[in-house]
Design a protein around this ligand. Structure first.
Ligand code: GAP
Length: 458
């Protein structure tokens, strides 16, 4: 059985992965808070990405730039004038829609309004009598432009001169620091700068649980290379991204590539591919990978007046590097990982168990320590718990019968259960139960941490 979004939401709430944001005030629509397991899973995902793209990758270095950037940044990139969606209100039920989405939904993706002007979209909706998907009405306002950037004021006055934006992507902080990072890290082109952080977009139609929200985290890299070599690097990072998803535990058949057709590419891009994941509503964007030419650096050079060219020390050539950008959302990957790894397994005795077959590296908890009977083995189990706490993310569970405790550990993806029983008190050995096979081995306490360290690397 695969989980639909409602079932997944119930599972995440029950086990402490994800809660509705501001729940005690009746919630704040489309905001989500990450509970103990969700926070740990998110951190493990970010850690894996950081290792693969930054700390263990000789090509790249890392950055942590601010959320608030000089507003000129967004004029230079075109976000102030162009980061807009076509907004339409249903006059009957007051729901808001993206006009292009109304068209693609009504035509089951047969008609793609991307690139149409607003009048074309409006005429299509009216001529084809596309009804409001919320109330079935057919009475719309004209299409208005809606800028997706969150605007706020810096300082104590609310004059427009102090208008400032929450960043809609982490990427621009990287471009602004290109020279700083290149100089201080003494990296030679080709090299990349990776960054993880929050981004904000005032999405008109957030939804599909944590898939599209107004506040989210991105893991982005800008890879700077010599003009003319960009398509080779584009192919390289696409392959690298697919290998990363495999490492993160996604099945090969759950992802596919969508190459943007040449005529639909953004004017600054000479190649763009989305990695799509098979979410419960169908294949949708997980990861965008774009070859962005020198557009961003050129625009920032123009608007800031700062020279951003790279001087190649080997050839003495000066040029603006071209850029490959793999941009991935943390929550979209987290959602994909849960969907891909969560199952109801029927066991040989006919019983079923909920099993999160998540990779060991990402499992929110690596080990749980269980005394068989709390009254007799509780003290010893606490000793073992403390011994493991030094090295691992470990929990202690002494409530309920042992079978139910194993089931709970399986349901949240804990790879190993360490059980303390009567024999432990006599010979200092414990039982280790593996999550997927449910096989058990007996290991001595002296050797326990080392044994688990090796197992968890598998
Ligand atoms: N710098 C390029 C950039 O931001 P994007 O395709 O707009 O490109 C990159 O975003 C990734 O960020 C997406 O593939 C998705 O994983 C994630 N993302 C974008 N908007 C999101 C939203 N509203 N909610 C959650 N994740 C989002």
């Amino acid at each position: 059985m695969s989980y639909n979004l409602d079932q997944l939401n119930a599972y995440c709430k029950r086990y402490g992965f994800i809660y509705q944001g501001s729940e005690i005030y009746g919630g704040l629509a489309n905001t989500w808070d990450y509970g103990p397991l969700g926070a740990s899973l998110k951190n493990n995902i970010k850690k894996l990405w950081w290792e693969e793209f930054v700390s263990k990758n000789p090509l790249n270095v890392g950055l942590d730039s601010s959320i608030l950037l000089n507003p000129k940044t967004w004029e230079a990139t075109g976000h102030v004038s162009g980061f807009k969606d076509p907004l339409m209100d249903c006059k009957q039920c007051k729901s808001r829609h993206r006009a292009d989405n109304l068209i693609s939904q009504a035509t089951k993706n047969q008609v793609d309004a991307d690139g149409w002007d607003y009048q074309q979209m409006y005429d299509y909706i009216i001529e084809n009598k596309i009804k409001c998907p919320v109330c079935g009405g057919f009475d719309y306002t004209p299409i208005r432009e809606f800028n997706l950037m969150f605007k706020t004021h810096q300082g104590v006055t609310t004059e427009s001169i102090n208008d400032i934006y929450l960043r809609p992507e982490t990427a621009q902080g990287i471009f602004l620091n290109f020279k700083n990072v290149q100089r201080t890290s003494r990296k030679k082109v080709p090299f990349g700068i990776g960054q993880i952080g929050k981004s904000f977009r005032n999405e008109i139609t957030p939804g599909n649980y944590i898939f599209r929200t107004r506040e989210f985290e991105q893991m982005e890299m800008e890879f700077f290379c010599k003009p003319g070599t960009e398509l080779e690097w584009f192919a390289y990072w696409k392959k690298f991204a697919l290998a990363f998803l495999k490492k993160a535990g996604l099945k090969e058949e759950s992802v596919k590539l969508y190459d943007h057709p040449k005529e639909k590419l953004s004017f600054y891009s000479n190649a763009t591919t989305d990695i799509l994941y098979n979410y419960p509503w169908g294949f949708d964007e997980l990861w965008g990978i774009a070859s962005r030419t020198d557009y961003d650096l050129r625009r920032h050079q123009e608007y800031s007046g700062e020279k951003l060219e790279y001087l190649d020390p080997d050839t003495n050539e000066s040029y603006l590097p071209y850029v490959i950008e793999p941009a991935l959302g943390v929550e979209r990957l987290l959602l994909a990982i849960l969907i891909d790894n969560l199952e109801e397994e029927t066991l040989s005795d006919g019983e079923t168990r909920t099993l999160l077959r998540i990779s060991r590296a990402l499992a929110p908890i690596k080990i749980t320590v269980l005394p068989l009977v709390k009254k007799y083995q509780g003290d010893k189990a606490e000793e073992v718990y403390n011994q493991l706490l030094e090295d691992f993310e470990v929990t202690y569970d002494d409530t309920g019968n042992i079978g139910r405790r194993y089931r709970r550990a399986d349901a949240i993806g804990t790879p190993y259960c360490v059980t303390i029983d009567e024999q432990t008190l006599q010979d200092d050995t414990v039982t280790i139960r593996e999550r997927d096979t449910m096989e058990q081995v007996r290991v001595s306490l002296d050797n326990l941490n080392e044994f688990l360290r090796i197992e968890l690397k598998k």
